[in-house]
Structures are given as C-alpha cells and as structure tokens.
Write a protein that binds this ligand. Sequence first.
Ligand SMILES: [Zn+2]
Length: 267
Amino acid sequence: MNMKLNNLVFSLRKIKVKLNCKSQRNLYEPTRMNFNKRLFLWLSLAFVFATVIGTLTHECGHYVVAKSFGYHARINYAFTLWYDPNNIEFTNSTYSKYQKEIETDRDFPEKEKYMKIIEMHNRNGFWIGLGGPLETMLTGTIGLIFLFLFRKSFENQTKLTLKQWLLIFISLFWLRQLANFVGWVGYYMVTGELRERMDEIHISTHFNLPQFTIPALTGLIGVIVLLTVIFKFVPTKQRLTFIASGLVGGIIGAILWLGLLGKVIMP
Ligand SMILES: [Zn+2]
C-alpha cells in the first residue's frame, strides 16, 4: 500500500515538473530564436548590397589617397588603378630599355632619377594601399560607436527598426577584414600558395612583420565585432534569421559582384 502511494506521489511530481517546463517555455516564447522568411529575404538582399557598397567604398579609400598625391586614379569593380602622369613615360621607357640592369642592380643612364621616382611611388603606394582598409575599418568603427551610443534602444527589443539595422550594417564593414582573412587561409588550403596581392599583406611587409600579422589581427577584430553585433544588438528572436541571411547574402553578393556583374557594370 505504502509502495503504491509512493508511486502515485512520484507520478504526480513528474506531471508537475512537466507542466512547469511547459509553462516556462511559454513564458520565454517571444525571446526564442525562430526563422522569419520575410526578414530573411530582406536581410539577404541588404547583405548583397552591403557587399557591393563595402567593396566600392573601400576602393574609394584607395582612390582618395592616390588623388591626394596627384596621381591619376580610376576605380573599377574591385580595384583602384593609379599612375603618376608626370613621370610615367620616363619610368616606362627606362624600364623597357634597362630592365636587366634594373633587376640586377647595375648602373644605367639616369639611374639616380629613376630610383628616386620608384622610391617615391613605393612610399606613396604604401599610403594608397592603407587607404582602403582604413576606410573599411573606420566606417565599421563609426557604426559600432553609434551602436553603443544607442545601445539602450536595443535592449529588450524583439524586432529592430530600419535605422537600427542600418547601424548594424555599417558596423559590419568590419566583416570585410574577417572575410579577407578567411579567404586568404582558404586560398592557401586549396592551392598551397600564400596569396600576396592583399592590402593587409602589404602593410605587414611594410612594417617587417610576418605576412599573416595584419590579416589575422584585423580578422580577429572582425570576429569580435561580429559576435558583439550578434549577441548584444540583434534580438534573440531575429538572430537565427540574421546569421542565415548574412551567410547567404554575403556569399551571393561576392559571387554576383566580384565574379559576374561587377566586370560588366564597372570594368
Ligand atoms: Zn584594397
């Protein structure tokens, strides 16, 4: 009899625990992650545009610095081309005439003048190279500062406003640094070669640092910014949709602009 009573009490307790769990789950329902198809489409589209805008404003950073040195500069879909209009004829003709001497560091006519110009271009080239990443990181930092200034408005939100999403996308300019680093590592893993044509690599080399230093360091800051945005500013309910749209939109944006459309629209 006693055993039966004990069993009954135990069963009742189990039911009570189950009921408690259910009521707790209901209580937290508004803050649980869920997938919102409509939001996913809008955010994916925003990520596609952000990829293009992020790339072009980055190139503007290179362009502005090149122009400030008096160089001719032109932006295409993924690069900034620049040259020195005052000396290009001289340097080109000297190089084609004395390529062997230049490469083996032997004497040739007007060597001093040629070397002075090349050194000047190398010096200025460093600042032009810095202009792009600086624009990217500065814009991202400004976005992040505004996010923190308005952090109160993000508290207990289940849905962000357009203005709040805009601040998030501006601070995510930092994602470029992360994408660059991941791309650089990925390229090495696939081809076994270290890609050298990258702004951040040039900056590392300029300061005599190991090549990976600046890509890794700025990529790490990119991760920290991304995690801060996801876990501090994007509401729990919209988090999953945001992450999914970021991956899909970012990849589509890169393929669409860098691989397909960019060449046609801005050759
Ligand atoms: Zn660049």
